[in-house]
Write a protein that binds this ligand. Sequence first.
Ligand code: DQA
Length: 144
Amino acid sequence: MRLLVLHGPNLSQLGTRDPTHYGTATLADAVAVVRAVHPDTDSAQYEDEGALVRRVHDARRDGTSAVICNAGALTHYSWALHDALELLEVPIVEVHLSQIHAREPFRHHSVVAPVADVSISGAGLVGYRLAAEAARALLGLESS
Ligand code: DQA
């Protein structure tokens, strides 16, 4: 069963981006955490909303079994992403490195949350391990 880890804008800059909120781990480190739990994992990151939406469309027919999504700032306003994710018939786990509810008010609302089976926020890199475990549990797989 293949997991797909999707990242939105600016997450390509992890490692050097605002370490107070995001730590110093890179995007590759975050994906490696998921792969350590579930080796059959694809990953994609997009700076553009449309590209991210198109990748979600592709996930409808490419054998993706579950999606882990950190949409970056798109989380807070992209109804296009919301609508694309809503089309998926596989489990969706939303993850954020930082605790979005304890930050600026515009980050408190997630348009991804209503279409996600699980939302994880504020656990840093550990959140990716939790997300992978949650995805496996939603697929009926045993804990790794
Ligand atoms: C983020 C939180 C978002 O508010 C922000 O725009 C990001 C990263 C996180 O992982 O904490 O790009 O999704």
